[in-house]
Design a protein around this ligand. Sequence first.
Ligand SMILES: [Zn+2]
Length: 394
Amino acid sequence: MVNVDRRLLLQTLALSASGLWLPFSPAQAAAGCRVTDVRLWNAPDHTRIVLELDRPSVAHNLTRLSDPERLVLELRDAEWDTLLNRDLLTDTVVRDMRLTTVRPGVIRAVMELKNDVRPRSFMMKATGNKGDRLIVDLFRREATEAQQEERNSRTRSRRNSEVTVVIDPGHGGEDPGAIGPQGTLEKDIVFSVARKLANRINSMPGYQAHLTRKGDYFVSLHQRVAIARRHHPDLFMSLHADAFHIQSARGASVYCLSERGKPSPDRAIRNLVSRENSSDLIGGINLDQDVAPDVAELLMDLSQRHSINRSLVLGQKLLGSLGNIPTMRLHYRHVKQASFAVLKAPDVPSVLVELAFMTNPSEETLLRKPSHQESLADALCDGTRGYIHLTRRV
Ligand SMILES: [Zn+2]
């Protein structure tokens, strides 16, 4: 590897000394790390930049330059094997970005910034259909103040509102969730249904809805639980679309947490749990910094048992109204219990709804239809209202 590099360097020096310049052939640098894709995702408090690599590690550093504010990501023993899609810069903290080659084996991503940011970077191992990745997160500094203001206004509005519902559109960003035969992504469908549901809930007097994810970006499972708890909601609803290796599997199902996170005796449910719980590994959690202690272990107490009982009531109401949609089937007629990480807020009745099977071609077609998404939102809204009437008598 070293010999190859030295030969290339001598070749380059010789060429520049003779005033000639030849494009650098990627084949000659086969020993280096190839960056095969660059993606950007924008969240309210940060922009995430993902470099897909052909190996599990690469030497890199981040340097800040001012006037204008820039951040330089330099990779050594690496080469670009992709172009930047500039559309991805829209709404991010990055005003402009250039992918450059300083010299053979040394490449840079030069980012001109719109905002003052706090950067961090970490590696993620290959998983599913994603390769090894270098992740650079740029946190907006002013987001902290905005978040505080949001918290204050939440406390204010909470006083005026009777019922608060937190809706959690599953997956997002790097994590597409289940992918249908036509290429439909679970993250897009559940986000669309979640927004429709939030609009319906917000239009009912005395009700207020909040989303854990407001766009196409990654939110870790424990962040989703934390966002939910900050709102002190009456209930939490995580929306998903199922996947199974047999295409004929169909129908909606509703899950709540099992006591003490007991694994389900049903293998199909255990597989579903491990798929939904693996979101953090696919979507990009920084294992050194982002992992909270397992709330299930700490807080599995009376309040959780009470929440589970309420979750069962809520789930049954939702199944009742989903079952009323003429085009719908139910996969299970009763609420199933399993150890989903996203349902572990100890004091909030929480359910996970699998709207249908994304892997079933006719259900995928249904899920894509805006009219069916409206019906799903109507049914979930009716079920929510039924549960609130039963438990709070409002
Ligand atoms: Zn899912």
